[in-house]
Design a protein around this ligand. Structure first.
Ligand SMILES: Cc1cc2nc3c(=O)[nH]c(=O)nc-3n(C[C@H](O)[C@H](O)[C@H](O)COP(=O)(O)OP(=O)(O)OC[C@H]3O[C@@H](n4cnc5c(N)ncnc54)[C@H](O)[C@@H]3O)c2cc1C
Length: 370
């Protein structure tokens, strides 16, 4: 079925990046359609720590964050597998908010701003000015791929084919006993597990492990946790003494980090679809929001006929790389070191005595408010 409407912009994927962009464009009077294959609200694998670099932006967008009594996080604790703890102040800090609530509230905000939000709508092809979904075809002047880490067949052109590391990620909501101002990173062999508070006194426990370690345990997540994660004494205590409040873990596989494709003839890529940062150094949510902010300006110029499409794509690529590439590369390096049990233990011990070095590493992996 062909929908006769002509949209200014079609956005594939209703996560942070797609929703932010849709709201920005709709607020300046553009006709925007957004396709999300799931129905809100739904759980997502994510550590749910959001750097303050995007706090003001999200409030300006219309999210009443100040009213939600969210945990404000200003201290990082990194626990090595051998039981050493590094403590560091987070210069900018952040807050905890579940993706269940964040994406849900943003989808409402998008609708209130006039975005046509199509839930339960999976895009299966894009052909220049036409988007094909399980709910029909839609015409658009421009199409943005904000489909996250997924690699849909219609967007299979990717850059990081030499990226051999492959991770699995698992998330739970739990009740436990960590102060609300702290975020913990607990290291284990070939992976790490974040723990921090979100809304309503729940905690998000989210870890990344090497896919080959999960395969070694026959794909059994409980066995991986028992035999690999719980070798870290802090994780052992958390897994044994916490109440797990959701029915089971939310999981994703095939997680890779690095720059991906930024644009091609049919799509402009946004958020994790353009490039994923390791959550260890992470702020993927803030990066997704920031990239939407940058892209919205270029799309506006294109829709105002101030720039051709090819110039729009080019300028976006230049701005994206200048803003994010260094952070992504730093993140990949630190991610590699963290998985080496003995070395990471030693490095934490050394780092702990150098306040300046600690805060410089943290600052190098974070951005600035926008
Ligand atoms: C284990 C882990 C922990 C993380 N922890 C943090 C953290 O604590 N803090 C932080 O800032 N960042 C974190 N991140 C990164 C963060 O989750 C991402 O950077 C962020 O979600 C990117 O947003 P996005 O909009 O690009 O993608 P997503 O939020 O993944 O949204 C993409 C959307 O597209 C939809 N979709 C996909 N394909 C289609 C299709 N064909 N048709 C229609 N819809 C489609 C999906 O259903 C999804 O809703 C973490 C990442 C991982 C893997």
């Amino acid at each position: 079925m062909l929908n006769e409407e002509q949209y200014d912009c079609a956005i594939i994927g209703g996560g942070v990046s797609g929703l932010c962009l849709s709201i920005l464009l709709a607020r300046s009077g553009r006709k925007v359609i957004l396709f999300e294959k799931n129905s809100y609200p739904f759980n997502k694998v994510c550590g749910e720590y959001i750097s303050n670099e995007s706090y003001d932006f999200l409030v300006r967008l219309g999210l009443p964050l100040d009213e939600w009594d969210l945990p404000r996080i200003n201290t990082l604790v990194v626990n090595s597998q051998k039981g050493f703890s590094l403590n560091a102040k987070l210069p900018l800090g952040g807050f905890g908010l579940s993706r269940y609530l964040l994406d849900y509230e943003m989808s409402h905000l998008a609708r209130r701003n006039g975005v046509c939000v199509m839930e339960q709508t999976k895009v299966y092809n894009v052909d220049y000015n036409c988007v094909f979904t399980n709910n029909g075809r839609y015409n658009t002047k421009l199409c943005v791929g904000a489909f996250g880490k997924a690699s849909p067949v219609f967007a299979s052109e990717k850059k990081n084919t030499n990226n051999k590391s492959n991770f699995v990620a698992v998330k739970y909501h739990i009740k436990t006993d960590l102060p609300s101002n702290k975020i913990e990173l607990n290291l284990f062999k070939n992976g790490y597990c974040g723990l921090s508070q979100v809304e309503r006194y729940k905690f998000c426990l989210c870890y990344i492990a090497n896919a080959k370690d999960l395969r070694y345990y026959g794909g059994n997540i409980a066995a991986l946790e028992e035999n690999v994660l719980m070798k870290n004494p802090r994780l052992n205590a958390v897994f044994r003494n916490s109440e797990f409040v959701n029915e089971g873990p939310v999981t994703i596989s095939n997680v890779k980090f690095g720059e991906r494709t930024l644009t091609n003839d049919k799509l402009i890529y946004l958020g994790d679809a353009a490039g994923c940062i390791s959550p260890l150094t992470g702020n993927g949510i803030s990066m997704a929001a920031h990239a939407s902010y940058i892209l919205s300006g270029y799309i506006e110029s294109f829709l105002n006929n101030e720039k051709s499409l090819s110039k729009t794509r080019y300028d976006y690529q230049v701005a994206w790389r200048a803003t994010f590439l260094k952070r992504i590369q730093n993140g990949k390096r630190i991610q590699k070191l963290s998985g080496l049990t003995g070395l990471s233990h030693l490095l934490l011990k050394v780092l702990n005595s150098f306040e300046g070095l600690k805060s410089s590493i943290i600052s190098n992996t974070h951005g600035h408010p926008f």
